[in-house]
Design a protein around this ligand. Structure first.
Ligand code: SAM
Length: 399
């Protein structure tokens, strides 16, 4: 997502329309049922899962606009086709090396990235055998199908939509742009007496944080983080942890027979993620291009995200037999994938179009925009070739 200023929730956020409020009320009722079933509190990852993905009501499952200038945020593929064209160059290198193969995209948003990757690969005569899209949101799946039917009807026969990971293994590339940040996380707080899990309960008129004793599994994970970083979290330190990462990555490892997974997302190494000064974690909510930190604001109407912990992903990958083959920031990745060559063609365009592209490239690559905040990680299986996206700068030592 492009950068927006962090705000306090009250008074400044636009009021949702009546239909949206009704949808949110229905979702609140569903969450209250879950609370009643579980003695009044649920874990934050369960809450996050419901507000984002509850069937027909969650943020990604219901029909709100979400992406683009009229939605809540703008992602790199929405901002400019150049991003996807660079990714296509990386995919072409891998597919050509493998002889042929499949691309599996996780969480394809509006379908913009699939469209632009396929168009670029067609130009390069490197189309994949199939382009699979795993989309958990029925609303987004419909939007992707409409978009691809309209813009690339001649390539549609290669595109297959899935509701779950494919049963048959694939050789090729698995792509996930801004998917890691949408995976549900647990929240914790360090007190003088030890760790608490911050769960969700019901207050007078809205959901509230409830500090509960952390269960052994969570406690062990948190103690391991402190050991690995040779530090203790300061008192009142709050942060997040994805306890389902291993299961998620395991699923992908089982699907990939041979090839490369590319994850692009905002995030850090563990040392940066759990920096003592990051006292409130990385949980953020996006609502109509405003960013704030209250996940209980109009459940189901705003996106909730937390940054990716790339050290945790690398460790997890390592433990299940995947190789961490590259880690860099978005700027180096895009230039490594031939951004400069793509821009060389720009000279033939009118000045107005050139200015527009220059502005898009600025947002994609400047450090204070997406360039440094966004990282790219490559995990490989039975694939030893150099990846062009990491040739300019590989920052695995930072993990
Ligand atoms: C912030 S959006 C990014 C969309 C798109 N990749 C882009 O860059 O514009 C997050 C996407 O991740 C999807 N998603 C969330 N959890 C997922 C999962 N477990 N598997 C696959 N997709 C998932 C959501 O449905 C949504 O499409």
């Amino acid at each position: 997502m492009t950068q927006s200023k962090l705000l306090k929730t009250e008074s400044i956020l636009p009021v949702p329309d009546q239909d949206a409020l009704i949808q949110s009320e229905k979702l609140i009722e569903r969450i209250k049922q879950a609370l009643r079933k579980q003695g009044g509190v649920i874990s934050f990852d369960e809450y996050m899962n419901m507000v984002l993905y509850e069937s027909g009501l969650g943020y990604y499952s219901a029909g709100s606009r979400k992406f683009g200038s009229e939605g809540d945020f703008v992602t790199a593929p929405e901002l400019s086709p150049i991003f996807s064209q660079c990714l296509a160059n990386q995919c072409a290198e891998i597919l050509n090396e493998l002889g042929s193969g499949t691309i599996l995209e996780l969480g394809a948003g509006t379908g913009a990235m699939a469209r632009d990757i396929l168009l670029e690969l067609e130009k390069q005569n490197s189309l994949p055998d199939n382009y699979l899209i795993l989309e958990v949101s029925a609303d987004l799946k419909q939007r992707q199908q409409d978009e691809l039917k309209e813009t690339i009807p001649h390539l549609l026969e290669r595109v297959v939509w899935l509701d779950a990971l494919p049963k048959e293994g694939i050789s090729g590339v698995i792509l996930a742009n801004e998917v890691l940040d949408a995976l549900p996380v647990k929240r914790f707080k360090k007190l003088a007496t030890g760790f608490k899990e911050m769960k969700v309960g019901l207050g007078v008129d809205q959901f509230v944080w409830v500090e509960s004793d952390a269960e052994d599994k969570l406690l062990n994970s948190l103690k391991r983080i402190e050991d690995d970083l040779s530090t203790s979290f300061p008192e009142n330190y709050i942060s997040e942890i994805n306890t389902q990462l291993e299961q998620w990555l395991n699923g992908l490892e089982e699907v990939l027979n041979k090839g490369v997974m590319l994850f692009i997302d905002y995030g850090y190494s563990a040392a940066e993620y759990y920096h003592p000064e990051r006292m409130d974690g990385s949980l953020l909510c996006h609502y109509r291009h405003r960013v704030h930190a209250d996940p209980f604001y109009y459940p189901g109407l705003q996106d909730i995200t937390s940054s990716a912990n790339f050290t945790a992903i690398a460790e997890c990958a390592d433990s299940i037999g995947l190789h961490v083959s590259g880690y860099t920031n978005q700027t180096y990745f895009l230039f490594g994938c031939g951004l400069e060559d793509l821009l060389a063609d720009m000279n033939q365009l009118e000045i107005k179009a050139q200015t527009k592209i220059a502005q898009q490239v600025r947002v994609l690559t400047m450090p204070e925009e997406m360039g440094e905040r966004f990282k790219v990680m490559a995990l490989t299986k039975d694939y030893d070739n150099v990846l062009k996206g990491f040739a300019l700068m590989d920052q695995r030592v930072r993990l």
